[in-house]
Write a protein that binds this ligand. Structure first.
Ligand code: FES
Length: 163
């Protein structure tokens, strides 16, 4: 058996145990999806199918929840998720340009993950730091007034060196 198959089996076993522990909670779907995303790093179709089956829910219900919440991802996420704020203040101050610069810099589109697995570009609504617009978040860190490619590259480089 290949080592990736073995690690997949371990992840699925972990998922089954977590579902068994939580399936009798009142309305457990969101919590189980959140845990499943932590286990796999994202929510592939096979995981969604298994959760639907175990909770006795139609797959459409699981899929509906996964696609409704921005938090859930159906693609493997990068080590660092770059959340660009697209709230009104950030939009007016250049969020679309910031997204474009990120896309150019990383060679991917918003919603995608860079080939090296380091970065995923995502968007969020207002994060309450409008005076710093345009803003992006990486993990818990907020970066503001990113109005030039040089500032953006400086931030990306900081995370590249951490990797
Ligand atoms: S609109 Fe971006 S922080 Fe408020």
């Amino acid at each position: 058996m290949a080592s990736s198959e073995i690690s997949d089996n371990i992840l699925y076993q972990k998922l089954q145990e977590m579902i068994a522990a939580k399936k009798d909670l009142r309305d457990p779907l969101i919590e189980i999806l959140r845990d499943a995303q932590e286990i796999f790093g994202y929510l592939p179709a096979a995981v969604q199918e298994l959760i639907a089956q175990e909770l006795n829910l139609p797959i459409s219900k699981v899929y509906g929840v996964v696609t409704f919440y921005n938090y859930f991802s159906q693609i493997p996420l990068g080590k660092y998720v770059i959340n660009v704020c697209t709230g009104t203040a950030c939009f007016v101050k250049g969020a679309p340009k910031l997204i474009q610069m990120l896309e150019d810099e990383l060679g991917i589109k918003a919603g995608e993950t860079s080939e090296d697995g380091l970065f995923t570009i995502s968007t969020v609504r207002c994060v309450g730091a409008c005076s710093l617009a345009p803003v992006l978040l990486i993990g818990e860190e907020t970066f503001g007034r990113i109005d030039s490619r040089a500032k953006l590259v400086e931030i990306l480089d900081k995370f590249r060196t951490l990797a």
